[in-house]
Design a protein around this ligand. Structure first.
Ligand code: G4P
Length: 523
């Protein structure tokens, strides 16, 4: 029905460890799409340079990040949607959820630093979801690691086979360019932050080539390419789409170098919108009726405007403005008069959008993360797992007059996915679980400013919270009875075991072999 529209969409996220060059690469991709005209136009939404305590600065930066949460642009015949992910690791959960809304991922790695912690963690989510990934090794204009060593490191650290599709000619001050293995073309390096250098078709065995890059480097490249062909299997798009192989490109985002090679190959081979699993069935993007799910809620931090934006990934069909859609969890019809699409860095009201697109729906508290919208069918999209948090605190009411407000605030913030809440079975106290200290500050600040509630934190020592299940109901009951003082419920009333230490978790696992312990809420 909307075949052409849907097939030309490429919806993806760029992920990296902070500072590897994600913002710079995003900006250069927009530059190629003509979505912006000068470099430096994309404001970084990173919070990395801010001390944890500098909360107002974070506020300001969050303001910027709404606009850059999704950036759409046209390139060749394709409609590209880049989903931004927060750089700060304390918001890693946000990034995990964003990854459920993309069809593929580009990973940026700093050539000198190689694979870093955050990248490793995010790659695990891609592996779990079998998301196709491409890798861009950035900052080749600096002295970095040997590219062959880097490829080995990528394979070992990211747990995926790699296949170079471009290859650097030297690096650092001697960096001369990249050879495009994918297209058999040469791109000579002229450092330039604004312009794109010309690509030349050249036979690397010709004398011309030696003249261009110098004999030594020409010889080196020929040897390297021979080695690559000997060591790595020929590239097969099917393996990439099956998430078995990651194509690797080299370049310098800052100097707009090697970026076009990446982008051209990306639009050629990256998947168009893929089918999405719902509890009831798998939904094909080409089905005519509209379906979608909320993967992110962006609250307006200004207390005078309590509205939020719910980000919806369209899974199938066409979304239209002012048409009634069913909100599954509430069982109610909603129509949206001002849905927004994201083009470059602008939000604008749209009349229609297609599978693969992301739309923003202004909301006053009706949406929670994971909510499904449909044209009428009863469907619940899966795949928005919560991950076992890493830090835990009891949350207490610091103002007895505001109990209701506190309760409402906690409910809504958890619905937005700011953090996770568990209720201790032993004493009914509420525990907030986060991946970083910053989230506690976000919660405290927002409870006060948006709900007029005051909270107090009490430390607790907890190693992990894990979801448990068993095929043997009697054994599950037995476990819950024996471990009563360590049991909690999550927001959906599921059983969670609170392990105080790695040792106690191991003990529980070996004492109760029939119980399965899960570190994500979906299993
Ligand atoms: P991030 O979003 O992944 O955190 O990284 P970002 O793009 O902000 O890049 C981090 C730093 O690395 C920036 O420098 C950026 O200019 C630099 N950078 C990005 N790509 C390249 C490259 O190809 N070569 C070199 N040499 N540097 C690169 P900064 O000093 O932290 O910020 P800025 O003041 O330059 O914006």
């Amino acid at each position: 029905m909307y075949e052409n529209e849907i097939n030309r969409r490429r919806t993806f996220a760029i992920i990296s460890h902070p500072d590897a060059g994600k913002t710079t690469l995003t900006e250069k991709l927009l530059l190629f799409g003509g979505a912006i005209h000068v470099a430096g136009a994309v404001k970084s939404n990173k919070i990395k340079k801010t001390a944890t305590s500098d909360w107002m600065e974070i506020e300001k930066q969050r303001g910027i990040s709404v606009a850059t949460s999704v950036m759409g642009f046209e390139y060749r015949d394709f409609k590209i949607n880049i989903l931004d992910t927060p750089g700060h690791q304390d918001f890693a959960e946000d990034t995990f959820r964003t990854l459920t809304a993309v069809d593929s991922v580009i990973i940026v790695v700093d050539s000198a630093k190689g694979v870093e912690a955050q990248t490793r963690k995010l790659m695990q989510v891609c592996t779990m979801r079998k998301t196709p990934v491409m890798i861009f090794v950035n900052k080749m204009d600096r002295e970095g690691k040997n590219p062959f060593d880097l490829l080995d490191e990528l394979e070992a650290e990211l747990g995926i086979k790699v296949r170079p599709l471009s290859w650097p000619i030297n690096s650092g001050i001697k960096f001369k360019g990249v050879y495009n293995i994918y297209q058999d073309k040469l791109n000579l390096y002229t450092p330039n932050k604004q312009k794109v250098s010309e690509t030349i078709a050249v036979d690397i065995h010709s004398a011309d080539f030696d003249n261009m890059v110098g004999e030594d480097d020409a010889e080196q490249l020929r040897n390297d390419i021979e080695l690559i062909d000997g060591v790595y299997d020929p590239f097969d798009v099917k393996d990439y789409l099956a998430a078995d192989v990651a194509p690797v490109f080299f370049g310098s985002a800052l100097n707009t170098f090697g970026v076009k090679e990446l982008l051209d190959c990306f639009v050629d081979i990256a998947p168009a919108p893929l089918p999405v699993d719902a509890v009831e069935r798998t939904v094909d993007p080409h089905e005519e009726p509209f379906t979608g799910f909320v993967f992110k809620i962006h609250a307006n931090m200004d207390p005078n405007h309590r509205s939020c934006i719910a980000f919806v990934k369209i899974c199938s069909g066409k979304f239209e403005r002012n048409v009634n859609y069913k909100h599954m969890r509430l069982g109610k019809q909603f129509r949206f008069s001002a849905p927004t699409a994201f083009m470059a860095q602008k939000k604008e009201t749209v009349d229609e959008a297609f599978a693969g697109d992301i739309i923003g729906l202004p909301d006053t508290g009706n949406f929670k993360i994971g909510d499904t919208l449909t044209s009428g069918e009863n469907l619940h999209f899966k795949g928005l797992p919560s991950f076992s948090p890493e830090m835990f605190k009891y949350i207490e009411n610091a103002d007895p007059m505001k109990t209701k407000q506190l309760q409402k605030g906690i409910d809504q913030l958890m619905g937005e996915g700011v953090a996770q809440v568990f209720t201790h079975q032993n004493n009914n106290r509420k525990i907030i679980g986060t991946v970083g200290q910053l989230q506690f500050e976000v919660i405290e600040y927002r409870l006060l400013h948006e709900y007029g509630a005051q909270c107090r934190w009490e430390p607790m020592s907890l190693f992990k919270a894990c979801w448990i299940e068993s095929d043997d109901p009697a054994e599950l009951e037995n476990f819950k009875r024996r471990k009563f003082q360590y049991m909690a419920k999550d927001k959906d009333d599921r059983d969670v075991f609170l392990a105080e230490s790695g040792y106690l978790l191991q003990m529980a696992q070996s004492d109760f072999p029939k119980i399965r312990f899960h570190f994500t809420s979906e299993f």
